[in-house]
Design a protein around this ligand. Structure first.
Ligand SMILES: [Zn+2]
Ligand SMILES: [Zn+2]
Length: 147
């Protein structure tokens, strides 16, 4: 069981399963949502994820037709992205209280990277989605317009 919580710890959740991987996303939206050089997202299966407390404190911002950004309305922490159309959940990795026992596997959306941040590690970099993470290559995402 891997547990996580927001800054004020009112919203708590658990993953009863594996974290499939960690991605550093350098897209403009993640940079703004995380207020940081990039967002580190831990991916897990929806069926392995559950909220333990504070679900009534979750607010959302509709970023696009298909993507919402969730946050704790008490402390402002970004919260996991959990959508009906997607079988995977993206958890802001900084929320995790337990070791996810996974390492960063990729830098994605590097073409939108902050000019003041230099990537100095050897982890693979992708201009946008990697082949593995691209919604276009995943059979488990409901195509746009179906919902
Ligand atoms: Zn909070
Ligand atoms: Zn992003």
């Amino acid at each position: 069981m891997i547990r996580g919580s927001c800054l004020c710890r009112r919203v708590t959740f658990a993953v009863d399963g594996l974290i499939n991987g960690l991605s550093n996303c350098h897209c403009t939206e993640c940079r703004k949502a995380y207020g940081s050089a990039f967002g580190t997202v831990a991916i897990c299966k929806k069926e392995d994820f559950k909220y333990l407390s504070g679900e009534d404190l979750i607010s959302s911002y509709k970023q696009t037709e298909r993507v919402n950004r969730y946050f704790c309305n008490h402390c402002g922490s970004p919260l996991p992205i959990k959508e009906d159309c997607d079988s995977l959940i993206g958890i802001p990795a900084g929320l995790l209280d337990d070791n996810p026992k996974a390492k960063i596997r990729e830098h994605i959306f590097v073409k939108y990277k902050a000019p003041w941040w230099e990537i100095t590690d050897k982890i693979p970099q992708y201009a946008e989605w990697s082949t593995e993470s691209s919604p276009a290559n995943r059979k488990d995402i409901t195509p746009p317009g179906v919902n």
